[in-house]
Design a protein around this ligand. Structure first.
Ligand code: PAF
Length: 292
């Protein structure tokens, strides 16, 4: 694969990444990292835009991390669009792409794993065993490889965000973790690289997931019973044409613990399968109104 025809530099090894970041830090410039698995869409570009607003130099990593995919998941099918990604990042004014091979991230003899057990429990953690260990390990590596001042993640992967915030605190990694709200299509569907798997018919059904979560969040905010709302939302998603619902649950936003105390900030989170595509999404429930 040839390198992009642009001023944007692509580095593939840790030493080159560190050299660049060291130069920027030597010039008192702040550095932001946006970790991605490529197949970039407007959601990723919102992270890049925010990164550019907050830092002097922006690094985007592109690495389809094998350890966060289960044996029956879509690692091989996961979209890879390097040329398009590079063009988008170049146009957005990104300073550096870090694009390591699997052998750079997981060299022979690699055996360390980062686990964030409580936050990884339940929700997607139940349905994707090992997923958050893979995410936590690769994100820890990326942060320690680049040592950026800030790192940005999307709120669509809300449990992932909570896992990363926790590990950064627990491991004293000197980086500010910032989140950016989910970017949606006009009909509400959360942008995801996996939306490319949806057929035309499925694409028409897909926004009903967000609409259903939003309706449940509004009802809960108005005092409706949380359990009943989640059960009703599951029925609505299945009636809309989804084949299965992994979960629809309300959790405390920061800790992702089950919501016990009325009035604490709450989030409704869900995962459901449409055809071959698993969609996840989440919606905030305003703290002062949460009830049920
Ligand atoms: O959200 C993603 O794209 C991935 O999980 C991440 C954070 C880049 C780790 O591989």
């Amino acid at each position: 694969m040839s390198e992009p025809d642009s001023s944007l530099t692509v580095v593939r090894d840790v030493a080159s990444l560190r050299r660049r970041v060291k130069v920027w830090h030597g010039e008192q410039r702040t550095v932001a990292l946006v970790p991605t698995m490529g197949a970039l869409h407007a959601g990723h570009m919102a992270l890049v835009k925010r990164a550019k607003a907050l830092a002097d130099a922006v690094v985007v990593s592109i690495f389809v991390n094998p350890t966060q995919f289960g044996p029956n998941e879509d690692l091989d099918a996961y979209p890879r669009r390097d040329a398009e990604d590079w063009a988008l990042l170049n146009a957005a004014g990104v300073d550096l792409i870090f694009m390591p091979d699997a052998s750079v991230m997981y060299p022979d003899g690699f055996q360390t794993a980062v686990q964030v057990p409580a936050v990884s429990q339940g929700l997607c953690g139940t349905h994707r065993p090992g997923h958050f260990e893979g995410v936590a390990t690769v994100v820890t590596k990326l942060l320690l490889q680049g040592l950026p001042d800030l790192a940005l993640f999307g709120e669509k992967d809300f449990q992932q965000l909570a896992v990363i915030k926790r590990l950064v605190i627990d491991l004293d990694i000197p980086v500010d973790v910032l989140s950016v709200p989910t970017v949606r299509e006009r009909d509400g569907l959360a942008l995801s690289s996996r939306n490319a798997y949806l057929s035309e018919d499925e694409r028409a059904i897909a926004p009903k997931f967000y609409a259903t979560l939003s309706a449940a969040a509004a009802a809960i905010a108005n005092g409706a019973d949380i359990k009943a709302c989640c059960a009703q939302a599951e029925r609505a998603v299945l009636a809309a044409g989804f084949s299965s619902v992994d979960y629809i649950e309300v959790r405390v936003a920061d800790s992702l613990l089950p919501l016990k105390v009325l009035g604490s900030e709450a989030r409704i989170l869900g995962a459901a399968t449409l055809g071959q595509t698993r969609l996840i999404d989440n919606v905030k429930i305003p703290a002062q109104q949460a009830g049920g």
